[in-house]
Every structure is written in structure tokens, then in C-alpha cells.
Design a protein around this ligand. Structure first.
Ligand SMILES: NC(=O)c1ccc[n+]([C@@H]2O[C@H](COP(=O)([O-])OP(=O)(O)OC[C@H]3O[C@@H](n4cnc5c(N)ncnc54)[C@H](OP(=O)(O)O)[C@@H]3O)[C@@H](O)[C@H]2O)c1
Length: 332
């Protein structure tokens, strides 16, 4: 029996779309059916460029298209909540870009809408689905580095323009929302708990967003995380996972390529471990299809997304007030 593939619609002509186009085309269960833009001409030009069958000249028209099953929402951060809820209300499943929203309350509204309309909603944290992340978590859980004590991560790049959505405070700009969200998410994932208390400093750019952020988080059981994010230093990614018996080092933790090697140092011996190859963005596409077609829970749950947003909000508050911020015990 052949199953009809899920028809996906791209909500805008965002640059990040191109990361999803290849995996959507590679997947037998998914089909890239349409793109929408705020102008018909923009949608048509994009559809021609990427050979997408349908072009809608407004976001509303895409949501009203009865042939579309799934909406990919890569809008600027401040529009994630509104358009995700509108898509859910229109009867579509949604894969929403990170950060899924800008407050825990917004995530609650989105989760309530997914529940109300009976549709799947997940945050597009693609790295969570990659074999490298699964391997790192398995190694930590199996005790490869002993008792986990510290996770240290960095994600920075050099912003070449002054008109990017990431620089606009009204659009949820700032390095913490944009790239700091990754080491925070990775640390929470490996530790398997939520921070009790956070503190951070920011370097504020001309537009008022954090151009760079330097943060730390205290977790239950004497486990700590430290990270930096930023737009003003060259591209850097790194994750170091430190335990009582050893250290695991991941050079490309958030955007792994097809040939990654991670390093485990234990009892002064270094082991280089090859990561199984997998295209980075296929995992989130296949996981969403699994959820829609089989009823499974998304690997990236909304509770997990909510806790990440709560940690980011607390870190920003700490940087702005100059005081550590304790998180509510129910931040899960
Ligand atoms: N997971 C990842 O690897 C990854 C990587 C990069 C970005 N992202 C996320 O994806 C999202 C988009 O990032 P991007 O760099 O692709 O953004 P972008 O190229 O600036 O695209 C954003 C799109 O939103 C639409 N839009 C609607 N209202 C807008 C407004 N007021 N101002 C500007 N654009 C508006 C525009 O499309 P139309 O003109 O067609 O309507 C625009 O092309 C962000 O949430 C970001 O965090 C994720």
C-alpha cells in the first residue's frame, strides 16, 4: 500500500528554508508542496528558484490551502507564536524554528493550541536528532566520563550586516536567543535536569540586543554549565563535557557535518570516536512525520522547549539586573 506523503508548506522565503528543502526531497514520506511570502512576486520567484510547485502571495493563503498538512515556521522569532497558533488553528501540524517563543507563557499558549486542534507541534532543534547528540548522551549516561560535573559550550559567529533580524530587539534578536540557545539546550539535555540558578553578563550592541553573552547555570547535584554566544567573534562552536573520570570533547556539537569525530579522554588515554554520518536536518523532518503518522511523542517535547525558553529569559534578567536568578522548581 502506498501512503500519500505529507505536504509541507514553507511560511516565508527565509534563508534557513534551504536547510529543509534537501531533506524534504530526500524523504519518501514528505513532500515540499508550497511556499508563501508577503508578496506574490516574492513567492513566485522563490518557487521558481527552488522548483516548488505552488506559490502563495500571503501567509494566510498558505494556511487556507487544503492540500497542505504541515507548516514549517521560520519567521523572525517574535512571529513564531502568532503564526504557529494560526497554523494549528487552520488544521496544520507545525515545525517551528528555534527559539520556539520568547517567554514560557507563549510556549504554554502554543502547547494549548496544539492540544485544542489535535495537531503536532515541535521546535526545530535539528541537532537533537543527530546521531552525534544521541551518542554523546549515551556515553554520558553509560558513565564513560564518570559522574557528570560540567558542560562548557560556545557558539559564535561574525555578523557581517547591520540589518539582520537578529539585531532587532523587537524581533527577539540577540545572540542568546539566536545561538546561545544551543549550548543551553545541549547542557540541559545531557544533564537531564533544569537549572536551579543562572547568572550571565552581556555585551550590549548598538541596537540594544546582546551582541555577546557569557552565562552560567547551576543544576541539581553539583553540576554546572558555562557557555558563551556572540555575533562579534569568528565562527566558533565547541562542547566540552567534563566528568569525574574523563572528558568528552565535541568540536561541532550544534551543526555536525557528515564526518565528525568526538574525543573521549579517560585515564590519560585518548579515544577518537567516529560519529555515524547523517544529514543534519533530516532528523527533525522524519521525527515530525513519525509523530503525525504514528502518534508518537516528538523527540523535542514542548516541555523541553518551554524549559529552554525559561532558562534564556532568566539569563537575560540576570544580565540586566546584575544579580543571579533562581528558577522556579516547576520549570520543567
Ligand atoms: N535551525 C537552524 O539551523 C537555524 C538556522 C538559521 C535560522 N534559524 C531560525 O530561523 C528563523 C529565520 O531565520 P533566517 O535567518 O532564515 O531569517 P530571514 O532570512 O531573515 O527570513 C525571515 C523571513 O521572515 C519573513 N518575514 C515576515 N515578517 C518579517 C519582518 N517583519 N521582517 C523580516 N522578515 C519578515 C520574510 O519572508 P517573506 O518576505 O518571504 O515574507 C523573511 O524572509 C529564526 O527564528 C532563526 O532563529 C534556524
Amino acid at each position: 500500500m502506498t501512503i500519500k506523503p505529507l505536504n509541507w508548506g514553507l511560511l516565508s522565503t527565509a534563508r534557513i528554508n534551504r536547510a529543509l528543502i534537501t531533506p524534504l526531497r530526500a524523504s519518501a514520506r514528505n513532500h515540499l508542496a508550497a511556499v508563501a511570502s508577503r508578496s506574490q512576486a516574492g513567492a513566485e520567484a522563490y518557487a521558481r528558484e527552488w522548483s516548488i510547485p505552488k506559490a502563495h502571495g500571503s501567509y494566510e493563503a498558505l494556511l487556507a490551502d487544503p492540500e497542505i498538512d504541515v507548516i514549517y515556521n521560520p519567521l523572525p522569532n517574535h512571529l513564531h507564536k502568532e503564526w504557529t497558533i494560526r497554523a494549528l488553528a487552520a488544521g496544520k501540524h507545525v515545525l517551528c524554528e528555534k527559539p520556539i517563543a520568547l517567554t514560557p507563557g507563549e510556549v504554554d499558549e502554543m502547547a494549548a493550541a496544539a492540544q485544542r486542534y489535535g495537531k503536532v507541534l515541535a521546535e526545530a532543534f535539528m541537532y537533537r536528532h543527530h546521531p552525534q547528540t544521541l551518542l554523546a548522551r549515551d556515553l554520558v549516561e553509560q558513565g564513560a566520563i564518570g559522574r557528570l560535573q560540567l558542560v562548557r559550550g560556545s557558539f559564535t559567529f561574525s555578523m557581517k550586516t547591520d540589518t539582520n533580524i537578529r539585531l532587532n530587539p523587537e524581533m527577539g534578536g540577540g545572540s542568546l536567543w539566536d545561538v546561545g540557545c544551543y549550548p543551553i539546550s545541549y547542557a540541559r539535555h545531557l544533564i537531564g535536569a533544569e537549572p536551579l540558578e543562572v547568572f550571565g553578563w552581556q555585551l550590549t550592541g548598538e541596537s540594544g540586543i546582546d551582541d555577546s553573552f557569557f552565562g552560567q547555570m547551576k543544576f541539581p547535584g553539583g553540576i554546572y554549565a558555562q557557555f558563551d554566544s556572540g555575533f562579534r567573534t569568528p565562527f566558533r562552536t565547541h562542547l566540552e563535557i567534563v566528568g569525574s573520570e574523563g572528558t568528552l570533547t565535541i568540536p561541532a556539537p550544534f551543526k555536525p557535518g557528515l564526518e565528525e569525530v568526538i574525543t573521549l579522554v579517560r585515564e590519560e588515554k585518548m579515544e577518537r570516536i567516529s560519529v555515524p554520518a547523517r544529514e543534519l536536518y533530516i532528523g527533525e523532518v522524519e521525527d515530525l512525520a513519525d509523530c503525525i503518522l504514528t502518534g508518537k511523542t516528538p523527540r523535542m517535547t514542548l516541555a523541553d522547549s518551554r524549559a529552554n525558553v525559561a532558562a534564556i529569559v532568566a539569563l537575560l534578567e540576570a544580565a540586566q539586573t546584575g544579580r543571579p536568578v533562581r528558577l522556579p522548581a516547576n520549570n520543567i
